[in-house]
Design a protein around this ligand. Structure first.
Ligand SMILES: C[S@@+](CC[C@H](N)C(=O)[O-])C[C@H]1O[C@@H](n2cnc3c(N)ncnc32)[C@H](O)[C@@H]1O
Length: 465
């Protein structure tokens, strides 16, 4: 078969499933083909890009037959922009396929015969749901056909490209005001005479435009990430920004001289207003600075945390450990139903934010410890001597999951229940398999935080055997 699929050849494929990660799956004479840019139900023409013994990879170039689940994408940039992968698929169907992926992973990797996967929580808003967007500047990109071709682009990366940016005229992931801000900042950058940063030469001035919005408070932050500070220049933008964003609270200039493509500042200059904005989750108010982590879908984060609370089943007498606690948002959320919460987090700034957030909300039963979970758990008994024995563990690790070193020691903490929140169901399934000797998986709830993307969050409840 491999000879029948030479690289660069064109094939016709019927897509019959959606792979974890968002590519379509087709089968050709027994070979699995992962097809970029295709959704289940479509018949497509595709170009073969990679060939292995077990599978091949291809990119769709033309839809020959529409899928019954296909809908008209609302965004004119869909297809070229890397921001959304599934916008041409009915929203409920997107979630259905993503939930099926969770089930499959729990069977295949998690070793569960019939995973107890419950009804998913759909995002209350399928569009405009993000409270934070990171747009990139680039000297390479593509505009809509009606636009002249400039030398500075501002938007999201073109699908599959590390340096080309789609010059976005609109974006349906964040509130509609974003559109006006994109135009204002792009025009300003173009007339500034300063070049966009290039990921190839690592030269240039303009790097990222990060927009943050307190969905519950209406406050906006505009963060311009550049390679050197230019507060005076950026101040000239403020009157226009104020017109577009009446809720503007903060304009900051973060300086990033590193080569990595991250919208993070080594240091920050205040351009206008305050250095933080506020957002509410349930009854709690959080102060968010440009570089701190915060859940990006506010309304859905509240529902996710509500589910965590339900799974934790607290009576007010429990000691809870919130491992990988970030700025302490889950800790605060469960604090009223617990005796005490101890949050553990690697990033010291986030720990400082967590303390501030607790104080600001009058929460007195949370403590936060800066440290690496894997290192702290090297000596679980020492940890228990210092912090006590947890009744309930909450885990919300990054995409890689819980480090194997920490995972093997988790059971010796002796918690009766574990609530495992994951943004990567594949590593969650792996970790649940490792904990299977001590804990039984009782419930799993998929939570769609990121409509139109391939991502899905999963909350699992584990109880001692
Ligand atoms: C998915 S976030 C969870 C944040 C928080 N629970 C929330 O909902 O806002 C994962 C967090 O784990 C932290 N982290 C990553 N590796 C860690 C480690 N080895 N030990 C402790 N924290 C870690 C990250 O800095 C990040 O804040």
């Amino acid at each position: 078969m491999r000879n029948g699929l030479p690289l660069g050849s064109t094939v016709e494929l019927k897509i019959d499933d959606l792979a974890f990660g968002g590519r379509g799956i087709a089968r050709l004479d027994g070979l699995v083909v992962f097809v970029d840019g295709a959704i289940p139900g479509q018949r497509v023409r595709a170009v073969v890009q990679k060939r292995k013994r077990q599978y091949a990879e291809a990119a769709a170039t033309e839809v020959l037959e529409r899928s019954p689940f296909e809908v008209e994408p609302v965004c004119p940039h869909f297809g070229s922009c890397g921001g959304c992968k599934l916008q041409n698929m009915a929203y409920e169907k997107q979630v259905e396929y993503k939930v099926q992926q969770i089930r499959d992973l729990l069977k295949r990797i998690g070793g569960l015969e019939s995973p107890p996967v419950e009804e998913p929580l759909l995002s209350p808003e399928p569009f405009f749901y993000r409270n934070k967007m990171e747009f990139s500047f680039s000297d390479r990109g593509s505009s809509l056909p009606s636009e002249p071709s400039p030398s500075l682009f501002l938007g999201l990366h073109r699908r599959g490209s590390f340096d080309e940016v789609v010059d976005l005229q609109t974006c349906y992931l964040q509130a509609p005001e974003t559109q006006a801000v994109l135009q204002i900042v792009r025009e300003f950058a173009r007339t500034s005479g300063l070049p966009a940063y290039s990921n190839r030469t690592h030269e240039g001035f303009w790097r990222f435009l990060v927009l943050r919005r307190g969905v519950r408070t209406g406050q906006w932050m505009v963060n311009l990430v550049t390679t050197e500070p230019r507060v005076e220049l950026l101040s000239a933008l403020v009157p226009q920004l104020l017109q577009a964003l009446p809720g503007l609270h903060s304009v900051v200039n973060n300086i990033n001289t590193g080569k990595g493509g991250v919208a993070f500042g080594e240091r920050e200059e205040l351009v206008w207003g305050k250095t933080t904005i506020e957002e509410r989750l349930g009854p709690f108010v959080f102060e968010i600075s440009a570089n701190s982590f915060f859940q990006t879908n506010t309304l859905q984060a509240e529902r996710l945390y509500q589910r965590v609370l339900e799974f934790a089943d607290l009576t007010g007498r429990e000691k809870v450990f919130d491992l990988y606690c970030g700025t302490g948002s889950i800790s605060l959320f469960v604090s009223r139903q617990a005796r005490e919460v101890i949050g553990i987090e690697l990033v010291e700034d986030a720990v400082a934010d967590a303390w501030r957030n607790a104080e600001r909300n009058g929460v007195g039963n949370c403590r936060f410890v800066a440290g690496d979970v894997s290192v702290l758990l090297r000596d679980p008994q020492g940890f228990i001597r210092e912090h006590g024995k947890p009744d309930v563990l909450i885990l919300d690790p990054p995409r890689d999951g819980v480090h194997p070193r920490a995972l093997i020691r988790l059971p010796s903490l002796g918690a009766k229940r574990i609530v495992y929140v994951s943004c990567n169901p594949a590593t969650q399934a792996r970790d649940l398999a490792h904990l299977a000797g001590s804990y039984r998986v009782e419930r799993v709830c998929p939570v769609d935080m990121f409509p139109h993307t391939a991502h899905i969050e999963s909350v699992a409840l584990l109880v001692t055997r």
